[in-house]
Design a binder for this molecule. Sequence first.
Ligand code: URA
Length: 238
Amino acid sequence: MSDKLYHECHDVISQGKAILEDLQQWGFESIIPLPDEKTASIAVHPQQDAVTSHNSGTLIELEARLSGCSLCPLSDQRKNIVFGAGKPQARLVLVGEAPGHEEDETGVPFVGEAGKLLEKILIAMHLSREEVYICNVIKCHPPGNRDPHPDEIAVCEQFLQQQLALIQPELIITLGRFATQTLLKTTEPIGKLRGQWFEYEGIPLMPTFHPAYLLRNPAGKKPVWHDMQQVMQRLSQK
Ligand code: URA
């Protein structure tokens, strides 16, 4: 074997090993490919495949109403309002906390490191960003990635409420403390809330850890995967 081939094989094996170690952290015990039909049935509701102009129009109108918002001081420093992204008729909405630096630069939610991890989670759920809807409680970047202040949440949460009313998803996942506490109107810690079904306006809601928390605490991946399996199960039942 040539040196070049030896090094290429070594790299492939190392990458494979890293992927398997990562999967193990999520609690995977074996890898079973999902048949194509099942993947499709989890991902998309047949009737909801087409985007109706009514719903997308109203989300667009809501986004337009938000443009130039100066309801709180975050508007002074933001580069972009990060409204939300994804499918207007998504069956599943994921709600994060607030845009980070990359999101402020691009105007798109979850595009930084936490976003990359979220995308991995979605792929493991046989979903893509395009078929879900992703947004945040707060639409502008808090400087230095600080926690959102209660008065910022108080003025901004109306936009999240309107987004959810327009989309009317079948399920909601709240990522982390702020999204969970805001939608459930509770002060219980996320560690106590995650992994259980709640309801927001009649919509089943599953709280789980925020991907940014998982970047700092990989041990949280296993419980998150457990929570996501519950979500997949509900989606496949509907
Ligand atoms: N963290 C969030 O909560 N939302 C984003 O959009 C990015 C990082």
